[in-house]
Design a protein around this ligand. Structure first.
Ligand SMILES: [Zn+2]
Length: 360
């Protein structure tokens, strides 16, 4: 080999390496979508004041904004908001996993399952509530909790952690969906089981018959522990996983126009984000996206002090608002999440980046 061919060989080697490197950088093996229900910029800023410094959210470098309006209303509800993420289409307020013409569309969880990924849901509300429901069920009205529960056993989702056991085994139609789950090969745990002792690759862990308590009522670090348990379990699949984690009660704090309820839930969600991010940094193959379905309460911060941990917040409504909400991304493909775009683009970006094939 002469000098010239050695040089061209080195260049070829570098070019091939760079290609392999850039592919590894942009194609995530795993995706974790974290939804802070009702988490607008004011809710995030309020959390920063009470932490007297930066949140884990400040560790993200790729930041964007989404437009949250639904197909029939400038101000979305959580069902249309989550359905925009789960099916990639705007729909009407109240719709769960349906497009605006009430046609069922494949959700991210169903698509990930069809692509041989493991999937999971971790929430701090009932698993039948609007946000998680929109990844599992196809119903016309978000309040039909018993209908929503009946979609779970056939959804293929591998790990489900949250409240709402009563919708599975205390049903008006007398069906016992817990038995159905057990027959389908799931392990099912209730509030008496310690989540840390679970050693199963397909399980439901119901923490409560209905919703989980607030942070101020002693929920503790459930969200952090449940999220890490789900990650550890789903990561056993060599094909990768898709996990949706919701900080469900930031929204409820702001509906209640309670700054302390909002902040406690915001900080809990941020602690979970920190644990997830630590894991993703080590893993290197996981795309983490943190966003919100909408802002709640029209919260404005009119006075405050970082030094004294004091804040005066004013809520302009007890409902949601139409203001844009932030998106934070980390990991392979995170560059794609900078900019201003529709909430539906979250779905399309995930599909494009992962290469998940849609069969329907
Ligand atoms: Zn709400």
């Amino acid at each position: 080999m002469n000098f010239k061919s050695i040089i061209s060989f080195i260049f070829l080697f570098l070019a091939v390496n760079e290609l392999a490197f850039s592919q590894k950088q942009t194609k995530p093996k795993n995706v974790i979508l974290m939804i802070g229900d009702g988490m607008g910029l004011a809710q995030i800023c309020a959390g920063m004041v009470y932490r007297q410094g930066d949140l884990n959210l400040a560790r993200f470098k790729k930041i964007g904004f989404i437009k949250t309006y639904s197909s029939d209303n400038y101000v979305t509800d959580s069902a249309a908001g989550a359905t925009a993420f789960s099916i990639g289409k705007k729909t009407y307020n109240g719709a769960v996993g349906l497009d605006s013409l009430k046609h069922a569309q494949e959700t991210l969880i169903e698509i990930a399952e069809n692509n041989k990924k493991s999937t999971g849901i971790v929430v701090t509300c009932t698993v039948t509530h609007a946000t998680p429901a929109s990844f599992i069920a196809h119903v016309e009205n978000r309040n039909h909790y018993f209908d929503i529960a009946s979609y779970y056993p056939n959804s293929g989702v591998d790990v489900v952690i949250g409240g709402g056991m009563a919708y599975f085994n205390k049903r008006k139609d007398k069906k016992n969906l817990i038995d159905t789950l057990l027959k389908s090969g799931y392990d099912v745990f209730d509030s008496t089981n310690d989540i840390n002792t679970i050693n199963s690759t397909k399980f439901y862990k119901f923490t409560n018959n209905y919703h989980l308590p607030k942070m101020s009522e002693g929920r503790g670090n459930y969200s952090e522990i449940a999220s890490l348990k789900a990650i550890e379990t789903l990561n056993k699949n060599k094909n990768g996983f898709f996990l949706m984690i919701e900080g469900s009660q930031i929204d409820w704090g702001s509906h209640d126009t309670s700054l302390s309820y909002t902040v406690n839930e915001m900080l809990d969600f941020d602690n979970t984000i920190g644990r997830v991010l630590d894991w993703a940094v080590k893993d290197g193959n996981t795309l983490v996206i943190v966003t919100a379905d909408h802002e709640t309460g029209g919260l404005t911060l009119v006075d405050g002090s970082l030094k004294d941990k004091k804040l005066t917040g004013k809520f302009s409504t007890t409902e949601h608002t139409g203001i844009m909400v932030p998106v934070f991304a980390f990991g392979p493909g995170s560059d794609e999440f900078s900019g201003i775009y529709e909430n539906t683009a979250i779905f399309h970006k995930i599909i494009n980046l992962t290469g998940y094939k849609c069969f329907k």
